[in-house]
Design a protein around this ligand. Structure first.
Ligand SMILES: O=C(O)/C=C/C(=O)CC(=O)CC(=O)O
Ligand SMILES: [Ca+2]
Ligand SMILES: [Mg+2]
Length: 405
């Protein structure tokens, strides 16, 4: 009987165990849940039933207390939960505490503190450079290979998968327009990204070293950095993205702990420029910083792209080191986006801007051509990573529908 007997090879088997926050059907109460197959374990109730000392971290309406507890505790809790869902001795106590996924409501799993977004895919940066700055000598800006470029976003508009995305209005000015006009964005886009969730804070004034990444970052999720290209193109000089990206950022409901992704770790692409010591991941003792995550982008159910995360030039560890090198502190619940993931092939681009080359080469979907998003379009990012014994680690999905209000 499921869920204990989740089929072998299920991407949400006991090798995965991502965390989320759910309400059981008919209830508004929020509880920490752990996904197993197509069920959710009420983790706080399980801790209580088994007399676990982790109850104070799990019987909560958000993941933040668990995030703050630190790497040793993260491992202990994960080991304990693995035992609860696999040891036949616990079956009678734990089995009634599972809820079918189809019957629960999933919430934003953590309270988002600060939100930062990077620009770390060389393929994406070169494509966007060619599109936005066609006259520049190089598609990469001169700083690109020396530091992971980023900007501070709007944490209050991070929403969970399934939340409708309201088409933003704003100023735009096309090259032929004599003056800016105001109205709903006509170039609404996606950005397929991975979000990293900070657990352990850092002290103001003390940078976090490259090698300390896994002491601070708890896990990752999928992230769609919705982007209004017309608003962005007019406003971004010289301070960078502002209203074109701050109206909504969607994240998946499940946070996969980094511990579940040990088999997905890979070396980052070869460095073409020497790096300053705080970013130098070729230094002895620094672990490989890449993750082999296979992302898929679907519009209205049709897959339009499959961006490979392993091609990202800058790693999450380098991004963490860079965003704290000036002494800026981390808080529990900080979220940072990897930047749009685009591979070298046409079918691996993580935005419509690139997939349609700024609208010039529309995609053919069953319901017509698509340059940018139309009202009613549903965009879904999903992903998996290699796991132990040839099985996959499912990263779930992040989905959102475009509406006009
Ligand atoms: O190069 C630009 O002017 C703009 C770039 C972006 O829109 C990229 C962005 O938001 C960062 C990313 O997701 O890679
Ligand atoms: Ca982005
Ligand atoms: Mg955004």
């Amino acid at each position: 009987m499921p869920p204990f007997d989740v089929p072998e090879g299920d991407p949400f088997g006991p090798h995965n165990l991502p965390y989320g926050v759910f309400s059981p059907s008919g209830s508004r109460e929020r509880r920490v849940g752990v996904r197993l197959g197509d069920h959710v374990l009420d983790a706080g109730a399980a801790a209580a039933a088994l007399g676990s000392s982790h109850q104070s971290l799990l019987a909560r309406p958000v993941l933040n207390p668990l995030l703050a507890a630190g790497r040793t505790v993260w491992s202990e809790v994960r080991r304990a939960i693995t035992g609860w869902v696999t040891d036949p001795a616990h079956r009678a106590a734990v089995e009634p505490l599972f809820h079918p996924l189809s019957e629960v409501t999933l919430h934003l799993p953590f309270e988002v503190a600060d939100y930062v977004d990077f620009y770390a895919s060389e393929n994406h940066a070169r494509n966007v450079g060619q599109i936005f700055r066609p006259d520049a000598a190089d598609s990469l800006t001169p700083n690109w290979k020396h530091l992971p470029i980023g900007y501070h976003g709007r944490s209050g508009t991070v929403v969970v998968s399934g939340t409708d995305v309201v088409r933003p209005s704003g100023q735009r000015k096309g090259p032929g327009d004599p003056a800016p006009v105001f109205g709903p964005s006509i170039r609404l886009d996606i950005e397929a990204e991975v979000g990293f969730v900070v657990g352990v804070p850092s002290e103001l004034g003390r940078p976090v070293a490259l090698g300390d990444f896994r002491d601070h970052v708890f896990g990752l999720c999928l992230l769609n950095d919705w982007s209004a290209r017309d608003i962005q193109a007019w406003e971004y000089v010289p301070l960078g993205p502002f209203l074109g990206k701050s109206f909504a950022t969607s994240v998946s409901a499940w946070i996969t702990p980094l511990e579940a992704l040990e088999h997905a770790r890979v070396a980052a692409p070869e460095r073409t420029h020497p790096l300053l010591p705080y970013l130098d991941d070729s230094a002895p003792g620094i672990e490989p910083g890449g993750y082999d995550l296979r992302i898929s982008v679907a519009i209205n159910g049709q897959v339009v792209s499959e961006p490979p995360f392993s091609t990202m030039y800058w790693t999450a560890a380098q991004q963490l080191a860079h965003m704290t090198v000036n002494g800026a502190s981390l808080r529990t619940g900080d979220l940072y986006g990897s930047g749009t993931v685009s591979g070298p092939e046409d079918g691996q681009r993580g935005s419509l801007l690139e997939l349609t080359w700024n609208g010039r080469e529309p995609l053919e979907l069953p319901d017509g051509k698509r340059a940018f998003l139309e009202d009613g379009d549903v965009v879904t990012l999903s992903a998996w990573a290699p796991g132990p014994d040839g099985c996959r680690v499912g990263l779930g999905e992040v989905s959102g529908r475009i509406v006009t209000r």
